[in-house]
Write a protein that binds this ligand. Structure first.
Ligand SMILES: Cc1ncc(COP(=O)(O)O)c(C=O)c1O
Length: 458
């Protein structure tokens, strides 16, 4: 590696002063060889406390809740990938959400996209509303007019919460347009983008003007389904807010462990490689599903014929746009890679959907997403099972909707797996009615048992 200079913003500048690219930053930022031992990979700093040479004189660390070398390294890396200045890592995506909402103080109002992640919905409506008198309006940020969006903003609106594409129907929000609109309002709310589904590879909300980016690191950033963590990234102009968030985090102790930070930093190094493969595989699978006689509808915003394809394309990050530019014409003939999530409606209804999910060999039936392994789930009974059926169907979460988290396996193997599971499921779905009735009753009992609150994992 040629000598390089690490700048304050976390980016590495080479001697030629050309900023390093996304993949270079993913591998090098936060992972500088140890000054002390020369170790190329950072060691794990498990110590909870740090020696002071005199009172208050130390090497930047006092107590591991307030700061830890592995957490710092991970935060620096993610901040550079999101083109931000301040990264703040948390114990989970949900702890990240809670801390942002706490920072708004009492009596604030939040506008959130109407099919926001279920755990975020739960925190806003069932926790913050009780503990800090938070008011929330859920707005369809995909189809509402500018006037409707502006009129949802009140004098006490402190934050607009965007997620795009939404889960599991992958509705695409016009992020730059919403940011422009919200910032034009005299209440000056902050705009936060939950960038979990696209990862910093496909989307760079701070470059589009967002004030805060958040991730459930549990998903693509870590990428190996073995860490639960969250992160926030803020631009330089929000130094005071970043300090406040850190203060709250230290006060509540919502911190990730050094080992999780170390694992997540290892995940970051391969984020661009993984995201390219997730996207290429997802595009191939979306096209295959389009051709299947067993499928009613395919939802993947990367497909040319997807209703919001142009909007998805327009807000791609510069590095994703560059990647797509290098792809051969036959790969992008019917669409472009746009993350690794694909949803589809199977013919034959819920019976066929359940059968499909037990017939796959490589796709594991499980909640969550973003790991290198492919997963499949039935949102109506799993991740979104606590939403009443009528409400679910209004937002497109029908009983035949299957969500796939496309992994990085050989795409031909994944396609074969889907083909055989579809054939088995749709051909045999009618014989499943009795079995299905039993399963539905069982699922309803579980949801009832946990008092209407589903785990809402992903
Ligand atoms: C979009 C999104 N945001 C936030 C979260 C919460 O993250 P965590 O499970 O790490 O608490 C999730 C989890 O599935 C998610 O999908």
């Amino acid at each position: 590696m040629s000598p390089a200079l690490l700048l304050n913003n976390g980016h590495i500048h080479s001697n030629e002063h050309r900023p390093d690219g996304f993949a270079t930053n993913a591998i090098h930022v936060g992972s500088e060889p140890s000054q002390e031992t020369g170790a190329v990979m950072p060691s794990i700093a498990l110590s909870t406390t740090f020696k002071q040479d005199a009172v208050g004189v130390h090497k930047g660390y006092e107590y591991s809740r307030s700061g830890n070398p592995n957490r710092d390294a991970f935060e620096k890396a993610v901040a550079s990938l999101e083109s931000g200045k301040y990264g703040i890592a948390f114990a989970s995506g949900s702890a990240t959400t809670a801390t942002v909402v706490q920072s708004l103080g009492p009596g604030a109002h939040v506008v959130a996209v109407n099919d926001v992640y279920g755990g975020t919905f739960r925190y806003l409506t069932r926790v913050a509303s009780e503990t800090q008198g938070l008011e929330v309006s859920f707005v369809d940020l995909e189809t509402s007019s500018d006037e409707a969006i502006l009129s949802s903003i009140r004098p006490n609106t402190k934050l607009v919460w965007i997620e795009s594409p939404t889960n599991p129907t992958l509705r695409v929000i016009d992020v730059p347009d919403i940011i422009r609109l919200v910032h034009s309002h005299p209440s000056h709310p902050l705009v936060l983008v939950d960038n979990t589904f696209l990862s910093p590879f496909y989307s760079s909300p701070l470059l589009l003007g967002a004030d805060i980016v958040m991730h459930s690191v549990t998903k693509y950033i870590n990428g190996h389904s073995d860490v639960v963590m969250g992160v926030l990234v803020l631009p330089q102009r929000h130094v005071r807010l970043a300090e406040r968030l850190r203060y709250l985090q230290n006060a509540s102790g919502a911190i990730p462990s050094p080992f999780d930070c170390w694992l997540a930093l290892r995940g970051v190094k391969t984020l661009p490689l993984r995201m390219k493969q997730h996207g290429l595989n997802a595009l191939r699978i979306a096209n295959r599903l389009l051709d299947s006689p067993y499928v009613e509808e395919v939802i993947y915003p990367g497909l040319i014929d997807a209703s919001r394809h142009a909007i998805a394309l327009a807000s791609l990050s510069p590095h994703a746009a560059k990647f797509i530019d290098t792809l051969p014409a036959d790969v992008v003939a019917h669409g472009v890679p746009y993350g690794g999530m694909v949803s589809f409606r199977i013919k034959g209804g819920e019976g066929a959907a359940e059968k499909f999910l037990t017939k796959t060999r490589l796709f594991t039936l499980a909640e969550s997403l973003g790991g290198v392994e492919s997963l499949a789930e039935l949102p109506a009974l799993m991740t979104h099972g606590s939403i009443p059926k009528e409400e679910r169907e209004k937002i497109g979460i029908t009983d035949d909707l299957i969500r796939l988290s496309i992994g990085c396996e050989e795409v031909e193997d994944l396609i074969d797996d889907i083909d055989q599971a579809l054939a088995a499921a749709v051909a045999q779905s009618t014989s499943l009615v009795d079995d299905l009735t039993v399963k539905k009753a069982h699922a309803a009992a579980i949801v009832h048992h946990i008092n209407g609150v589903h785990p809402l994992h992903a």
